[in-house]
Ligand binder design. Structure first.
Ligand code: DAH
Length: 355
């Protein structure tokens, strides 16, 4: 048999053998058997010296082609085995990220979502769908953002409406004394200064007041501020947005009433109350036996506030509101004492959505 024939046979034999292999070690052994220093191909090539000059001319390139082809087969095989192993692993190591187990079964306590977070997310979605942005602001504020820019100068009696936690910072210049924000209206100021009208945004957040606590008052509570500024914004726009949001949240028409309300940053100002859903208006500790709960103070933004925020009052006006988030949560879930919300009691928290 000629050497060329021998090489061809070897090539075929190699092809047949490698096809059946399924692990990388076997492939590497086979490679050594054929292409190693003492491998079958090298053995044949060793006898090259006995071949005629004619034969050698043909054999050299032929041997190289066959060697290259074998190398290529080895590489392809190694890659396909590796791929196969990865696929097998992926098929076995399935993790079901939606899988939940009860505490009873596993002894592991899974986290839950605080009811306020649930409602906040819901409200954010509703406002986002109505074209509002969502803003944030700092808990530690200065007098300017918390009072002055909101038309509450230093000597204004309205400062006493909100008992404030002041910081002891004698160094700070006039009007820059620091405090824990008493309302999210501070973000109105930040919002106005950071954008150009027309704009609309909401700003949920925690606020702080040095108050005595009872079933409906906490020192640390939550509000959701809203503001819309544009040309020809009207009280009708305000009422439309307020009604839409309450209907969406409670998933039913709730009874509301609008009373005049005084807040220095709005003119006219309103108190929007809803009929107490805890007692259906009969009177309970949450509604202080009046049958109504103050939920949504609001009004048309006072021109002084717009000016402080850098808005041209000749051209633009707007409305604002400050939704009492904790009261809303209490109404929605029938919680009779605001203090439960901050208690951290897992028996309370786990009644809502858990993972
Ligand atoms: N910031 C007020 C408070 O905490 C609530 C409020 C009233 C906010 C009227 C507003 C508003 O935006 O228009 O008592």
């Amino acid at each position: 048999m000629s050497m060329i024939q021998k090489l061809d046979d070897l090539h075929k034999e190699f092809q047949g053998q490698i096809a059946g292999l399924t692990n990388q070690a076997d492939v590497l052994n086979l490679k050594a058997d054929y292409l190693g220093k003492k491998g079958k191909v090298s053995e044949i090539l060793k006898s090259l010296k006995d071949a005629s000059a004619e034969e050698r001319k043909e054999l050299g390139p032929k041997a190289n082609t066959i060697k290259d082809s074998m190398q290529e087969m080895v590489q392809d095989k190694l890659t396909s085995i590796e791929l196969e192993e990865i696929n097998q692993k992926l098929a076995q190591d399935k993790i079901d990220i939606t899988y939940t187990n009860s505490v009873k079964e596993t002894g592991i306590h899974h986290g839950g979502v605080h009811p306020r977070t649930l409602i906040q997310q819901e409200i954010e979605d509703i406002f986002l769908s109505m074209g509002f942005d969502i803003l944030d602001g700092p808990h530690i504020e200065d007098e300017f953002h918390n009072f002055e820019a909101l038309n509450i100068p230093g000597d204004h009696p309205a400062r006493d409406m909100q008992d404030t936690f002041w910081f002891d910072d004698p160094e700070s210049p006039e009007g820059r004394k620091h405090l824990l924000r008493t309302h999210t209206s501070t973000i109105q100021v930040r919002g106005m200064m950071s954008r150009k009208p027309p704009f609309r945004f909401i700003a949920p957040g925690t606020v702080f007041r040095c108050e005595r606590t009872d079933a409906s008052h906490e020192m640390v509570f939550n509000q959701l501020e809203g503001m819309m500024v544009g040309e020809n914004v009207s009280v009708a726009n305000l009422i439309y947005f307020m009604k839409t949001i309450l209907t969406e949240i409670f998933k039913k028409e709730v009874e509301v009433r609008l009373r005049p309300g005084f807040f220095p940053f709005v003119e006219p100002g309103f108190e929007l109350d809803i009929k107490c859903l805890i007692c259906s208006g009969k009177g309970c500790s949450v509604c202080k036996h009046t049958g109504w709960v103050e939920l949504l103070p609001c009004g048309m933004v006072h021109p002084n506030v717009l000016k402080a925020g850098g808005i041209d009052t000749e051209k633009y006006n707007g409305f604002a509101f400050g939704l009492g988030m904790d009261r809303l949560v209490m109404m929605k879930y029938g919680i009779e004492d605001i203090r439960h919300l901050q208690s951290g009691d897992l028996r309370f928290n786990s009644q809502f959505k858990t993972f």
